[in-house]
Design a protein around this ligand. Sequence first.
Ligand SMILES: [Fe+2]
Length: 367
Amino acid sequence: MKPFVFHMPVRVVFGTGRLAELPGFIPAALRRILVVTDPGLTRHGGALSALGAALAGRTWDVFDDVDENPTYAAADRGAARARAFGAQAIIGLGGGSPLDAAKGVALLSTNDGTLGEYLKGKRQERDALPIIGLPTTSGTGSEVTPYAVFTDTEARTKGALSHPSLFPFLSVIDPTLTYSMPEALVVSTGLDALAHAVEAYLSTDAFPVNDRVALEAIETVLASLPAARRKEPPAMDAMAYASMLGGIAITHASTILPHIMGYPLTVFHRVPHGLANAVLLPEFLRYLTIHSTVPDKVAQLSGMMAPYGGLETFLEELGVSCRLRSYGVTEQDIPLFVARVIVKGDVKITPAPITADVIAALYAAAL
Ligand SMILES: [Fe+2]
């Protein structure tokens, strides 16, 4: 059997209403806590006031200067705040952006330098501050991963941190925090979970126990996302579960080509991250049907999607176009996109021959 390491050091407390139990899971020694969130959550303060009640008796502060697709600068600013405040732990409250930003802040609170230096390969000398994840969307999986993705606004590119100390030591997944998501966010984040699971399942780093996790995520998204879009609570609970499963799956097997092909769509055309991956999946799977080294897995995925009319129909019924033109992409964009994608390591763990020409052809087919 293929050798593997399955390491999931996050204490996950899952269930509706369980945010109230947060204090019981935070070690008493962690007295000063910085909450990293986004301005939207500060304004519509339901989640934040529930968190405030749970943190009664501790000293806490809020850093909410985090943009969608967090920038390098946001992490640098957050770390300056954390140091000035004397934070002993960082809570990420929100969608993937605040959660990832919280990880960058936690790293820079204990290590010198700027986020950009670490994304360029500077070695992390010390563990990050302890991190707690409180997701309010269902899809990024950041609540259970050691990854954090940031956008370099000047170079118009994305970079990812990965370090064992960036696993949250605790994530409270209370699906009630996701109930106020707008419909479009339910769909885009939910499709991120689907892409995570599909990509991790197909990755050349995949192994059997992780495959079971990925398949459970895929089944859950297919069965639940349409009802979650209608804001039905049991389906939204199921999507919170699927997000966690997708996060576990990419922790062990990573994302592959669709995620890196999606980055330029987000950076240049502001396509929400989850949508950017999902709209590329149908053409990617079509290519894999012919060229992959894992034909049984590709066939299994297409069998799972068949009851929904196939992936493209499933997406269209969620109101998602799989045509890149609908997002403003043109043929002239493709060479630049390809140049951004071909250099990334995730190309290597994609189970098919991937060259610049293949990537260009996939973008062109999706136009
Ligand atoms: Fe993602």
